[in-house]
Design a protein around this ligand. Structure first.
Ligand code: CDP
Ligand code: CDP
Length: 213
């Protein structure tokens, strides 16, 4: 419907949002915005300055520069949790909101995060909520970070616990909690690889007339 469409991709940790969003952006020839990187960059700044993510963040969010999002150390496990904690501050979210909208409005975008379909782009013509069981997502994150599947049940249980803690925190917060938008299409990906998810989503976009054929 919009002249410059925004495709909103939300869901819990390690569901495959970024992988899907990056591929969709290529198919649709739209820019890609990973909004998790914004929260990770704020958390990174807080940690670097010896701050406490539970108390600090708003000032770091306001001072964020593009180079902060290009750092190579934003995907470390300590940043996963710290990002989720700084993301609870309404002032952090407010400081990042206009930045995200400005990016999407310029010429459309595929945008992934937690609140893209609910808060950032509530009028997006297509919204997807990508999910899978915590066990499947923990295995995906492990394999992504270590280059091989996790075969140690104790280690995998730790990864599941970290993912559950973060999802619960993201869903329970008052400001822009993780939840599917009413008009989001749910995609359960336990039994789909990345190519299968892309194919399924492209089919829905064709039905919506966003991809022509
Ligand atoms: O962005 P998000 O945290 O939701 O997940 P991701 O970084 O895109 O994906 C986590 C890992 O799962 C990556 O290594 C993907 O290759 C893999 N994966 C996927 O994205 N989709 C599937 N259906 C299966 C695996
Ligand atoms: O890739 P993964 O799903 O593990 O995490 P991410 O998308 O990089 O997001 C890291 C954290 O940032 C999340 O756990 C959320 O707390 C926060 N976040 C958010 O609150 N809103 C967004 N739009 C994106 C991320």
């Amino acid at each position: 419907s919009a002249k410059y469409p925004v495709i909103a991709i939300d869901g819990p940790a390690a569901a495959g949002k970024g992988t899907l969003a990056r591929q969709l952006a290529e198919v649709l020839e739209l820019p890609y915005l990973d909004t998790g990187l914004l929260y990770r960059a704020v958390a990174r700044r807080v940690l670097d300055r010896g701050g406490d993510p539970a108390h600090d963040g708003p000032e770091q969010a306001r001072q964020l520069v593009p180079e902060d999002m290009r750092r190579n150390d934003l995907r470390e496990p300590e940043v996963d949790q710290a990002a989720s904690i700084v993301a609870r501050h309404p002032e952090v979210r407010a400081a990042l909101l206009e930045r995200q909208r400005h990016f999407g409005r310029a010429r459309g975008a595929v945008v992934d995060g937690r609140d893209i379909g609910t808060v950032v782009f509530p009028d997006a013509p297509a919204k997807f909520f990508i999910t899978a069981s915590p066990e499947v997502r923990a295995q995906r994150r492990y394999e992504q970070r270590h280059g091989q599947p996790c075969t140690d049940p104790t280690r995998l249980a730790e990864e599941v616990a970290a993912i559950n803690t973060r999802d619960e925190q993201d869903a329970a917060r008052a400001a822009a909690p993780l939840r599917p938008a009413e008009d989001a299409v749910m995609v359960v990906t336990d039994d789909l690889d990345a190519a299968g998810v892309l194919e399924h989503v492209c089919q829905i976009l064709q039905e919506k007339g966003i991809i022509r054929r």
